[in-house]
Design a protein around this ligand. Sequence first.
Ligand code: GDP
Ligand code: GDP
Length: 446
Amino acid sequence: MTFTLAIIGRPNVGKSTLFNRLTGKPHALVHDAPGVTRDRREGAGRIADLAFSVMDTAGIDAAEKGSLQSRMTAQTMRASQDADVILMMVDGRTGITPVDEEFAKLLRKSKKPLLLVVNKAEGKAARATILDAHRLGLGDPIAISAEHGEGMGDLYDALQPFAGDAPVEEIPPEEGGPLTIAIVGRPNVGKSTLLNAILGEERVLTGPEAGITRDSITVAYSHEGKDMRLVDTAGMRKKANVNEKLEKMSVADTLRAVQYAQVVVVVMDAEQPLEKQDNAIAALVESEGRAMVIAINKWDTVKEKDAFIKAFRQRFEKVLPQIKGVPVVPISGEKNYNIGKLFNACFEAYSIWNTRIGTGELNRWLEAMLEAHTPQLVSGRRLKIRYITQKSARPPSFVLFSNLKEVPENYLRYLVNGLRERFALQGVPIRIAVKKNKNPYADGDS
Ligand code: GDP
Ligand code: GDP
């Protein structure tokens, strides 16, 4: 179940910018399709694992004739009819205007849930407006910068309650094609240096001459006879030449790159590993269900190499306890060290990510697990787990059938850890859904 979000507000507050950010896809950077009237712009929106549809009502300004008043009414009506949640946007730089007040008045009459968003809030420019915005009577304002991707976390938190409980997992582009790898990380960890080290060599196959298409999103590349595509995040934003320095990645760029890839290399800086932002990026890769490889860059600066890796692994297990055994490859983009090894780790992670396990084998394993540790009572009732099956790969996802709707968290963790060990699923996200069912064969409800 997803919900529909309508973005409304007076002209120029940044509605389209937010629409583009929420719907942005690397291969379909939103252009208004010719022949499609702009007032009907709708798209699949997303913040991290939260998926929804977005309606941009900006075009009503252009499409609708008549007074500002009638256009506002048209926008509001349409949003109230078609949306589950209405996001009203004001411009943090110009402040609250009489038109904003009119909008707020109309909206307060609508029965739909409302979010008040103050845009253009990067830096401190919107501070006064944020304080002032309370008087619109639409609740606490959420400060964002649609252009710079700031405040998306707060927007996520505000929208999250409207989502159903099933996160929608994006299906990676294609099965069987070359491996698509994204290289992500916070600023200054050395992503551009790494990419240049990779692409600087003659192994790069780009352009029509080589018979390999290069779109603006990926760069074809080959390592030891294996084909892959590197997600070119700079190209995602503009059709940049790959040799140009990668622009600094925003959170939204990172998210898009992750969604587009099958394997994600999270680059960290050996001089400052596991900072908050590194951890958030790793968590994002996990929540998006991608295979992950950690590259510890600037390895040339590390003196106690063995101790470093050991400590790193220990700390990382605490950061993401739900995903054990992520491969960690020390590299140096600058010194061109271990890059082949990094790719090998990517291919290995990819193969684990694709693992499919037969149902018979799974259930024999389950039986042993249940025997070793009987599940405890759940609110006084006995939990019986009857059956497990793998629903899909990429990442490995399982369905557990039990007599109760919920299986305690710690028992699920026990099972996930067991799956990981028994079937060598190191370093990839594992999903388990629970279904209440007396007998999986009884009603075909799987
Ligand atoms: P709309 O008419 O409400 O759809 O507004 P647009 O999305 O077309 O944006 C209007 C102008 O505001 C454009 O020039 C944008 O580049 C700019 N803009 C949008 N979001 C931001 C932001 O977060 N910060 C700043 N400084 N400008 C923004
Ligand atoms: P990005 O923001 O992640 O793209 O990072 P850059 O590639 O711009 O690199 C940031 C800084 O780290 C630059 O000053 C690089 O010279 C430096 N750097 C990158 N890779 C290495 C490396 O392997 N070793 C060392 N010592 N420095 C590096």
